[in-house]
Design a protein around this ligand. Sequence first.
Ligand SMILES: Nc1ncnc2c1ncn2[C@@H]1O[C@H](COP(=O)(O)OP(=O)(O)OP(=O)(O)O)[C@@H](O)[C@H]1O
Length: 427
Amino acid sequence: MIAKLGAVVIYTPTFILPAIVIAVLGGYLGQIYMKAQLSVKREMSNAKSPVLGIFGGAIAGLSKLAQEAFKEETLKRLDRYIRASRSFYNLNRWISVRIDALSAGFAAALAFYLVYGGASVGPSGVGFVLAMAVSFSDMILCLERIQQYLVIEQEPTPEDGGKPPAYWPSSGDLRVENLSARYSPDGPKVLQNVSFHIKAGQRVGIVGRTGSGKSTLTLALLRCIYTEGAVWLDGMQTNMINLDDLRSNITIIPQVPELLSGTLRQNLDMFGQYDDAILNDALRAAGLFSLQRLQDENRLTLDSKIASAGGNLSVGQRQIIALARAIVRQSKLLILDEATSAIDYETDSVIQTSLRSELSNDVTVITVAHRLQTIMDSDKIMVLDAGRLVEFDTPEVLLENEKGLLRALVEESADKEALIAMAGGKA
Ligand SMILES: Nc1ncnc2c1ncn2[C@@H]1O[C@H](COP(=O)(O)OP(=O)(O)OP(=O)(O)O)[C@@H](O)[C@H]1O
């Protein structure tokens, strides 16, 4: 930008003052625009995920769709999204008109001066200066945008005082008090005053209808979003701990785990800290070897090549590798977001068996369940509704409550009898 301003000034020194005025005016307008568009953009992102959520939910449960209710809810969510995106579009028009007007005014004045003002500049010089002048005004806004990225909000940096002792966490005891969470500083509270205590080694299932806050709760435990309230893991309050230490001690297995391109060994042990025997043991414990035969030509071994994001593996294989990674890391808290689709029954039952038998007794496993079968024999079940914890007890006790939400979910299920038997068999 300075080079362009320099080019204009060298050819037409009298234009230094107007150029500075244009730069200041453009910067001022840019600042107004940036301030306004930030909150509109945030509102747009907040309104976008419910729209995507309802379409995702519709695709997952297409056969059971109540068309009228779906239409009404979709239109409501689209309205909210369109209101925000319309404002965003208007804001863009607002700034474009002003920057274009400034740019055109400056270029026109310069052109007038070069042609009629007696400036001793040749035709090629006139073309060059005008080209520089036009792009100079356009760059003011780019500069504002770059400035905005430079001051982007960062997560807190690790501090010496935030390092937990080496033995932490020695168990997966998890205590949560009044935990609330939101996705943006001024957004609505998506999780509201959730409190519970999970003893080390317990297996807990989280259920709730779509949008009830199950995934949000897992993100809040990792402090990936804005949270209030307190969380203690193995007796230490997690907001006193550096984010990298906290996150390296909790393993989360998402619905579709991401892997890095490289070998399977590198994916299990990125820093080369463990020997092959430990890594193979983890793969066996996670159930990989029970799914493939020794003579299979394309069976996975530590040297198998993994494509970027794990693209050459099935979702089930990726979940098994993510589980093996958790076993290698010896995490005391494991959060599993159950894969709803694209995972066959055999792989699913291998994963579930590994979770039950291969983890040590003090590892706490929280499973976000989309199928009640997965968690009906858990030690406890947590039921979320509109961001609140409405039920938390053993499956047997919860099912006794005829007005309870878990009971309602079970009643709606096609496998009602089997689910009740699972819960009764356990308690
Ligand atoms: N990135 C986001 N920004 C703003 N709001 C969000 C975001 N992600 C989710 N939400 C909102 O938070 C609420 C809870 O969403 P969440 O994903 O936790 O629900 P869930 O119970 O996990 O649903 P599902 O079973 O469909 O995965 C929803 O109302 C949703 O619109």
